[in-house]
Design a protein around this ligand. Structure first.
Ligand SMILES: [Zn+2]
Length: 412
């Protein structure tokens, strides 16, 4: 039973849409599940493919800004999972959750919450590298009432802050605060005092419209303290029934940007499409990635708008990937991030497809295929370092993200 509830907890992950069966490919050699191996063998750790990925990289500047903090609530973490969500499960979703569970590599004989942190700690792959853990707030209505029934799961800010305090060399944290909360500004102040590096929203699942004036006082406070907003854009297919895809429209973030809030669009909005609201409420449907690109190309948002490259190696996002690599003028505003635990889900990233597209070499494919079973975060880093389009890759500054999260990243 515990296991099923944990699967539900994972259901709230921002990247759930990426697990849509349509975007899951048939894995090479029929390999579906992560073997969850420990301790990368020397032959892989010292392999040229792995070592060369670190060339010119200052690992103390590498902070992964998109690491989900999930669990079951079987410790004093305060994590809460909505048991009512059980009735909404169907076979397809259940299969998806199994992939999530597998990617987290739960430790036998250890509470799920603890095992999740334990495994994650063991994945640190270089001196000074940090993982930024994401909290997850409840849904709220426009009157500021908490909508517990419509919330799939909740990861408290205090828990994320506590893990950071316990292991400050490995973890930073990002708060999640719904802007419709009556106490949203006070909660932001508390998070700021406890060292939160930003605020994370998943609007279609959490029920906030970033374009609403209800967010204004929250935006003012964020801009005042210089706290960045990490916002999932693009399609999300949460199962709580309150999904509003338009809330995931990248253009809805104009309001935050106009308030001077630093905004990081997760996955560069690289999935699905939305109404081009710049052309009115009946505007044409345009891909979310094109809307993200439009915002990136507006001069006034330079220094304010960023995109994280988490999940962009997944099948179904490859055309966005090509553009992101080619647009080297964007690279100072792209941030390396993993969307953990997703890199551990074997069928989400097709190394064979990336090789066929000449994004990676045969040898890199061979090594990466093995590394992902030991350390999905190292796998994600090495893969993104080696990606090529016409001999061009992501520049090293994409991986030197720390200064953005500590507020001193400068943009030329
Ligand atoms: Zn995510």
């Amino acid at each position: 039973m515990q296991r099923r509830y944990f699967l539900l907890g994972l259901l709230g992950l921002g990247g759930i849409s990426t697990l849509d069966i349509d975007s899951v490919y048939w894995p090479d050699d029929g390999e579906f599940f992560n073997a969850c191996k420990n301790k990368l063998p020397e032959r892989l750790a010292q392999h040229e493919v792995v070592l060369s990925a670190f060339q010119d990289i200052d690992t103390t500047q590498l902070w992964d800004g998109h690491v989900h903090l999930v669990g079951l609530g079987d410790t004093d973490s305060g994590i809460w999972v909505n048991p009512n969500s059980l009735s909404m499960l169907d076979i397809k979703q259940y299969a998806q959750f199994h992939f999530y569970l597998n990617a987290c590599c739960p430790t036998p004989d250890m509470p799920i919450d603890e095992g999740f942190i334990n495994r994650l700690k063991s994945l640190q792959f270089g001196r000074g590298i940090k993982f930024i853990l994401l909290a997850f707030d409840y849904s709220y209505d426009e009157q500021g009432n908490r909508l517990t029934k419509q919330t799939a799961f909740y990861t408290p800010n205090n828990y994320a802050a506590k893990i950071h305090q316990q292991y400050p060399d490995t973890f930073e944290w990002i708060a999640s605060i719904h802007p419709y909360r009556k106490d949203c500004v006070e909660a932001l102040e508390q998070a700021f005092i406890k060292g939160a590096r930003g605020v994370k929203w998943l609007p279609p699942a959490m029920g906030m419209n970033p374009a609403s004036s209800l967010c204004d006082r929250f935006y003012k406070a964020m801009a005042h303290w210089g706290i960045p907003l990490l916002c999932h854009c693009g399609d999300e297919k949460a199962v709580d029934g309150t999904n509003t895809q338009i809330y995931g429209n990248p253009l809805s973030l104009r309001r935050a940007l106009e308030h001077g809030v630093k905004v990081i669009i997760a996955h560069c909005g690289s999935l699905g499409s939305n109404i081009d609201t710049d052309k009115g409420i009946n505007g044409p449907l345009v891909s979310n990635f094109s809307l993200f690109a439009r915002l990136m190309d507006e001069e006034r948002y330079n220094g304010l708008l960023f995109g994280d490259i988490s999940a962009i190696t997944q099948t179904g996002r490859t055309s966005s990937l090509t553009t992101l690599i080619r647009r080297s003028d964007w690279h100072p505003r792209l941030l390396y991030a993993s969307d953990y635990p997703l890199p551990g889900i074997i069928p989400l990233v097709s190394l064979r497809q990336l090789k066929d597209n000449n994004n990676i070499t045969e040898q890199q494919t061979f090594v990466l295929k093995q590394v992902r079973h030991y350390n999905p975060l190292l796998f994600d880093f090495v893969l993104k370092r080696h990606l090529r389009v016409d001999n061009q890759g992501f520049s090293k500054e994409v991986f030197h993200t720390r200064s953005l999260w500590t507020g001193i990243r400068t943009i030329n």
